[in-house]
Ligand binder design. Structure first.
Ligand code: AOS
Ligand code: ZN
Ligand code: ZN
Length: 430
C-alpha cells in the first residue's frame, strides 16, 4: 500500500490545515448525535469499514454514441486505469477494489496484473463480461444477440467468453461474475419473446455450471438500450426468474439507472433480499434513463432510501446478506477521478445517514401505523450532515480531509497529460 501514487506529505500537510475545523465539527456532531442516543464513534467505525468498488472503465472519459471528448492525461490501458484508481483510493480510502471489464482490460498475465494492483494498494472486484460489442478478430458477430442469439455458434462463443472471464477472475482473486447483455429487439415480431428467454436460461446455465465454489453470477437487468422494443433481461422480474431458475449462486444486480421511470428501486431491493437474490449494485444517478450520472448528484434521497433498505436487510439477513457494491457511471464532462471521489463520498454519505435512522422508533411507528412518526425517523436521519464523520474516517485511514482539493493540489492530471499517450475520441458505451 506504500505504492500509492500521490505524495503522502502533501496529504498530511493539507490535512493538518483542515484538522482544527474538522475536529470542531466532529465534536459538535458527536454532541448532537449523543442527544439522540447515537454514539458517533460507532458510526465512524462502520463508515471506516465501508467500501465500494470502482469500475476500471469509469477512470476514462465516457461518452455517448454521438461523441466522446477525451481528457488530456486520461488512462488508455488497464495499468494506467489502476494508477488512477489508486489515486482515488489513496485520497478517499473507501474504494480499495477495482471492477474490471473484459476484453477491455485484457492482458497476457493476470497473476502479474493482480500483483501490480496490490503494489498500488488495490484488489479486484466483480469481473464484467462483454458480449454487447464485437471485438477485432472475433469469429461470430453479436449483431443477432449473444447469450440469446438464434445462432448456436454465437451463443457458444458468448458462453465461452463468460467462462474465460471466470478464469480471469480466479487469477485476479475475484468471486463474482457480472453478466449484462444487450440482447433484445427493435421490432415487434422480431423475436419470439418466450424462446429468447429460454435461450438465455440455457446459455446462462452453462456459465453457471462453470462457477467455482464460493462464486456468484450477478445478473444485471436493464430496461432498454441498445434494444429499444424489447430487452431479454429487461427488469428485476426477468432477473429474479432467471436467478431462481439457475440456482443459489445466481443473484440479481441492481444498476440504479436500469429501471422504468419512477420505479420504486428501494422496494425492489427489499423484494430481492426477501428471496435471497440480492447480489449487488451498480451505483449511479439519472434523470431520464440509463444516464450514468454521478451517484447522488440528482437524487441523493433515493440513494439514502436504498441504503435504508440495505440496513434493514442486514438486520434481518434471512438467507444471508452480502451484496457487492460497485460504481457504474459515465464521466463525460468531469475529470473521472474527481467524479469517483465525489461519488464514493455520496454513497458513503447515504450509508452513514441510513445508520442514523432510529430503527426502534421506526419499527414502533410502523407497528402502530403512526405514519408521520415513521417518516420522521427517516427524515431526522436524512437531514443530518454526516460529512465530519466521513472526513474523520478518511483522515484516520490515511486519506485526505478534502479529497478533491488535495487531488487538484497534487497536479496529477497535468503530470499524466505530459506522460501518457492521448486517448482516441471514438464514441463509446458505458
Ligand atoms: C450497461 O448499461 C450496464 O450498466 C453494464 O454494467 C455495462 O457493462 C457497463 O456499464 C460498462 O459498459
Ligand atoms: Zn451497470
Ligand atoms: Zn447501464
Amino acid at each position: 500500500a506504500n505504492g500509492f501514487p500521490i505524495d503522502g506529505q502533501l496529504i498530511e500537510r493539507l490535512n493538518e490545515g483542515a484538522l482544527g475545523a474538522l475536529e470542531d465539527d466532529y465534536a459538535s456532531l458527536g454532541r448532537q448525535l449523543a442527544r439522540r442516543g447515537i454514539d458517533v464513534e460507532t458510526i465512524r467505525s462502520r463508515v471506516a469499514a465501508f467500501s465500494v468498488a470502482v469500475p476500471s472503465w469509469g477512470t476514462g472519459r465516457g461518452g455517448t454514441r454521438f461523441a466522446r471528448f477525451p481528457l488530456a492525461g486520461e488512462p488508455t490501458g488497464i495499468l494506467e486505469k489502476l494508477e488512477d484508481c489508486a489515486v482515488v483510493q489513496q485520497l478517499c480510502r473507501i474504494t480499495p477494489r477495482v471492477s474490471p471489464h473484459f476484453p477491455w482490460d485484457k492482458v497476457s498475465d493476470y497473476a502479474g496484473l493482480r500483483e501490480v494492483a496490490a503494489s498500488l494498494g488495490l484488489g479486484f472486484d466483480a469481473v464484467n463480461s462483454n458480449t454487447f460489442q464485437d471485438q477485432p478478430g472475433q469469429k461470430h458477430s453479436y449483431a443477432t444477440g449473444s447469450l440469446t442469439s438464434t445462432d448456436p455458434a454465437v451463443r457458444e462463443q458468448a458462453v465461452a467468453h463468460n467462462i474465460e472471464c471466470i478464469d480471469i477472475g480466479r487469477a485476479l482473486g475475484v468471486r463474482d461474475l457480472t453478466v449484462w447483455i444487450g440482447d433484445g429487439t427493435n421490432f415487434p415480431g422480431q423475436q419470439d419473446l418466450g424462446r429468447s428467454f429460454d435461450r438465455y436460461l440455457d446459455s446462462a446455465a452453462q456459465i453457471y455450471a462453470a462457477l467455482p465454489d464460493g462464486w456468484r453470477m450477478l445478473i444485471e437487468h436493464k430496461m432498454f438500450e441498445p434494444a429499444f422494443y424489447s430487452t431479454v433481461i429487461a427488469d428485476w422480474g426477468s432477473s429474479i426468474l432467471a436467478a431462481q431458475h439457475l440456482g443459489p449462486k445466481a443473484r440479481c444486480l441492481v444498476d440504479l439507472g436500469h429501471h422504468a421511470p419512477n420505479v420504486n428501486i428501494e422496494q425492489i431491493v427489499a423484494r430481492l433480499h426477501r428471496f435471497g437474490k440480492l447480489g449487488g449494485f451498480h451505483f449511479n444517478d439519472s434523470s431520464y434513463g440509463d444516464d450514468d450520472l454521478d451517484s447522488g448528484s440528482v437524487n441523493p434521497h433515493r440513494l439514502f432510501l436504498v441504503f435504508n433498505e440495505l440496513l434493514e436487510a442486514e438486520r434481518n439477513p434471512r438467507d444471508g446478506f452480502d451484496p457487492a457494491y460497485m460504481i457504474d457511471q459515465s464521466h463525460n464532462v468531469t475529470d473521472p477521478i474527481e467524479s469517483l471521489l465525489s461519488s464514493a463520498e455520496a454513497i458513503a454519505t447515504a450509508f452513514a445517514k441510513a445508520l442514523l435512522v432510529d430503527r426502534d422508533m421506526l419499527k414502533t411507528a410502523q407497528e402502530e401505523n403512526d405514519v408521520m412518526a415513521a417518516f420522521q425517523a427517516l427524515r431526522t436521519a436524512y437531514r443530518t450532515d454526516v460529512s465530519p464523520i466521513l472526513a474523520m474516517a478518511r483522515v484516520g485511514a490515511g486519506g485526505a480531509a478534502d479529497p478533491i482539493a488535495t487531488y487538484r493540489a497534487s497536479g496529477w492530471r497535468t503530470a499524466m497529460a505530459a506522460r501518457r499517450r492521448p486517448a482516441g475520441s471514438t464514441a463509446g458505451i458505458v
